[in-house]
Design a protein around this ligand. Structure first.
Ligand SMILES: Nc1ncnc2c1ncn2[C@@H]1O[C@H](COP(=O)(O)OP(=O)(O)OP(=O)(O)O)[C@@H](O)[C@H]1O
Length: 307
């Protein structure tokens, strides 16, 4: 049986007459990064706020770690870390002081964790610098460190890469992957940066006008987008043989123009490149091709730009 960290059933949120979220039923498992995708106003923050207990559903229910009901949820939410809307910290304090403050407020005795987290998010060298003087990326990373204080099993991050430079984006990506792989954390992350989300997430939840349009795994997305590694070389027959015998895959097609489309090993491009090299095949072309997550998303929501 799958152990879900989170399950929602028919979550609906109305603000007066306006339905911000309608009948949302999703499930999340440990060790996965769920990319929450939707246009402005689709309901992403509303959903995250409900999960975090920052607001209450008009209808429907939430199960966290198998437990539901307000009292149990209050308890189970201690296993959850969140950064929703803005990274929350005290601007006139240093990173370390912020961690001490939030750790104490949350009754976490382990002081060691402050240093561990500063190291983990790359803020260990910030010394006496006040958080208000941090760059945007540093502020985001401090927000994430605060969210990680209780060693959460479920991490909810609302647009954590918003406004970051390319290096900052890569740092957050690596951090999230590490948390997912090493700590088996479940992570829910929203972002408008779909090419980046494609490199980070293992699963996707597509939301439009308050409704879940589709949930799918990375494999299903690759399948739907017909993602493949496009390899060009002088000896496609030899390449086909190597793919079959060395990489044990038949998920490829030799095209009339002698390129080969490999529908396998999308997450292990290095292994393919190394195998080609070891077998004396010179690739004149080697790239990931197929529809983008962005185009796929637009096709799922019906091509509308705005609600
Ligand atoms: N407190 C509120 N009162 C009334 N309407 C609200 C409230 N909070 C959110 N909404 C509405 O609910 C809808 C969903 O908002 P939400 O903030 O969840 O969208 P989002 O997907 O996070 O958008 P963005 O990508 O712009 O952050 C919007 O139309 C918004 O105006």
């Amino acid at each position: 049986m799958t152990s879900h960290v989170l399950k929602t059933n028919g979550l609906t949120k109305r603000y007066r007459g306006f339905v911000a979220l309608r009948d949302v039923s999703i499930a999340m498992e440990p060790g996965k990064i769920y990319g929450l995708i939707g246009q402005n106003g689709a309901g992403k923050t509303t959903l995250m706020r409900l999960l975090a207990g920052l607001s209450f559903p008009t209808e429907g229910s939430i199960l966290l770690f198998g437990h539901g009901g307000e009292r149990a949820l209050r308890e189970e939410r201690k296993r959850l870390g969140c950064m929703i809307e803005h990274p929350g910290f005290v601007p006139h304090m240093t990173a370390q002081e912020n961690l001490t403050l939030y750790r104490t407020m949350r009754g976490i005795p382990n002081k060691e964790i402050e240093h561990e987290l500063l190291e983990l998010v790359g803020l260990a060298g910030t010394g006496n610098k006040k958080a208000r003087n941090f760059s945007l990326g540093m502020k985001q990373r401090l927000g994430i460190a605060i969210a990680l204080l209780g060693n959460p099993e479920l991490l909810i991050l609302d647009e954590p890469i918003n406004g970051l430079d390319p290096l900052g984006v890569i740092e957050i990506r690596n951090l999230l992957k590490k948390l997912c792989e090493e700590r088996h954390m479940a992570i829910l992350i929203s972002s408008h940066n779909l090419p980046e989300l494609y490199q980070t997430a293992t699963d996707y939840i597509i939301i439009h006008q308050g409704e879940i349009k589709q949930t799918l795994t990375q494999e299903q997305l690759d399948e739907n987008c017909k993602h493949h590694i496009l390899i060009g070389c002088d000896q496609p027959e030899k390449l086909a043989g190597v793919l079959e015998t060395q990489l044990n895959t038949t998920k490829f097609q030799v095209m009339p123009d002698k390129t080969v489309k490999l529908y396998d090993y999308l997450n292990r491009k290095d292994a393919v490149a190394r195998t080609l090299f070891e077998n004396g095949i010179v690739a004149t072309k080697f790239s990931i091709e197929g529809d983008t997550l962005e185009n796929y998303f637009i096709s799922v929501i019906g091509g509308e730009r705005h609600a």
